[in-house]
Design a protein around this ligand. Structure first.
Ligand code: GLY
Ligand code: MN
Ligand code: MN
Length: 439
């Protein structure tokens, strides 16, 4: 991502905040995994969207019209000794030169400097409730400013939800963002192909997960966008199964929901394929219903349609399919109205996708489903989960869990499937797996 892109985003935000506004956005805290071992650090998405600054312990402050500089970054100072242990730092100079801040201060001076920046402002743009410790600090800074009332200094009296403003910006992807998302999608598609080519009866689910992670990293995606779901047999019916520890058997379906994070953008792909390389008759019947539902849903992704239309298309195909194979009995419309599909298809058909896998952005505006506009990216991911524990379900359907998920960009004229490189039709999946036996 270019430095200019971050500057453009900050400028837009400052235009919204206006004179008298101040924007305060901390990055995420580092989190301990155990004792003195930390989880890999991942910046807060809103902070990173506005700065591109990858280090922990940093706070962005935007003060529109501040004569000494509008964009202030608080961050760690350079420190040769600390850097020789823990890695390089941009330091105050780097914050300005590399990341475009007008002014940079040591993060250790935050408590001293921030109250002064808040003085006499009218509005604070801040996301309350995300980091409890930081909320407390902000309250203490405000109290300090309020206590100076007799000196003629006033504290802001309006709080505006910063998240809401930034999330509306993040919902619409720029061409540079789409470049990263296309790459994240392409990397994940290749990883799914690799998983199909590696899968053999007798392997553990985590060995397939290892293939995915290997492929992500080899292609420059240093992390999955979320813990990979690799569920064979009965595990394919557990929506967010991540134990990934069971043995795969011929006759099982394998559901893989795995996406890569590239340049801090997520992809999110699900494919479901037979461990043996060929779907059984029943597996194929269910797969074809989900696939038809997914294609019908994707066809609804276009400007002017509302966010719920893909879901409505999917539940219609799924309900009809369940009637056709005798799992549901009754009239289509009535069954849809009664949500008779819910025991088999309990989730929605998609979510926004971006820096976060379940990305930000409102799904409704004024209580109405949002209308698709170019630049939005959504997943389309219907499924059917025929768990053996479901009441009155014929044994031939047991443990068939199928989800098919692609990432879809709304374009001016319709849509573009970003994850098109992942094999999807029965023929394409079986062909990808045949290559495996030839190898
Ligand atoms: N991977 C989580 C989801 O598909 O929503
Ligand atoms: Mn998803
Ligand atoms: Mn997914």
């Amino acid at each position: 991502m270019e430095k200019r892109e971050f500057a453009r985003r900050r400028k837009r935000l400052m235009d919204i905040a206006g004179h008298g506004g101040i924007v305060i956005q901390p990055t995420a805290p580092e989190r301990i995994r155990n004792r003195d071992v930390y989880y890999p650090f991942r910046p807060d998405s809103d902070f990173y969207y506005l700065t591109g600054f990858p280090e922990p312990e940093a706070v962005l402050v935007l003060v529109p019209d501040r004569p000494q500089g509008e964009c202030i970054l608080f961050c760690r100072e350079r420190d040769d000794e600390a850097e020789s242990w823990h890695g390089r730092r941009a330091g105050l100079e780097g914050a300005c030169e590399l990341y475009g801040a007008d002014d940079a201060f040591p993060i250790t001076d935050l408590d001293d400097i921030l109250p002064g920046l808040i003085e006499n402002k009218e509005r604070i743009y801040f996301t309350m409730g995300r980091y409890a410790d930081f909320d407390q600090r902000l309250v203490s800074w405000l109290n300090r400013v309020t206590s100076k009332g007799r000196a003629g200094i006033h504290a802001p009296d309006q709080f505006v939800s910063l998240g809401h403003v930034v999330h509306e910006m993040r919902l619409f992807k720029s061409s540079q963002e789409l470049k990263a998302m296309r790459r994240a999608a392409s990397i994940a598609a290749a990883a799914h192909r690799r998983a199909m080519a590696a899968c053999k009866s007798g392997m553990r689910e985590y060995q397939i997960e290892a293939e995915l992670l290997h492929s992500f990293m080899q292609q420059g995606a240093r992390s999955p966008a979320y813990p990979s779901i690799v569920g064979g047999g009965a595990n394919s019916c557990i929506l967010h199964y991540t134990e990934n520890s069971d043995v795969l058997k011929d006759g099982d379906l394998l559901l893989i929901d795995a996406g890569a994070e590239y340049d801090s953008y997520a992809s999110d792909i699900t494919r479901t394929f037979p461990v043996s390389g060929e779907y059984t008759t029943e597996q194929r019947q269910i797969y074809e219903i989900v696939l038809e539902a997914q294609l019908a849903a994707i066809a609804e992704v276009r400007p002017g349609n509302t966010w719920n239309e893909p879901h409505e298309a999917a539940i219609e195909v799924i309900t009809r399919g369940l009637i056709d194979i005798g799992i549901l009995k009754g009239r289509l419309r009535k069954l849809i109205d009664e949500e008779a599909y819910k025991p088999y298809y309990p989730h929605k058909t998609g979510h926004w996708l971006g820096m976060d896998v379940h990305d930000v952005g409102d799904y409704k505006l004024h209580d109405e489903w949002r209308v698709f506009e170019p630049g939005m990216v959504t997943t389309v991911e219907p499924g059917l989960y025929l768990a053996a524990t479901l009441k009155d379900l014929g044994k031939q359907w047991w443990n068939i869990g199928v989800r098919i998920e692609d990432d879809v960009l709304v374009t001016e004229t319709g849509h573009e499937i970003l994850t098109i490189e992942a094999p999807k039709s029965v023929e394409a999946v079986e062909a990808a797996m045949r290559e495996r036996s030839a190898a």
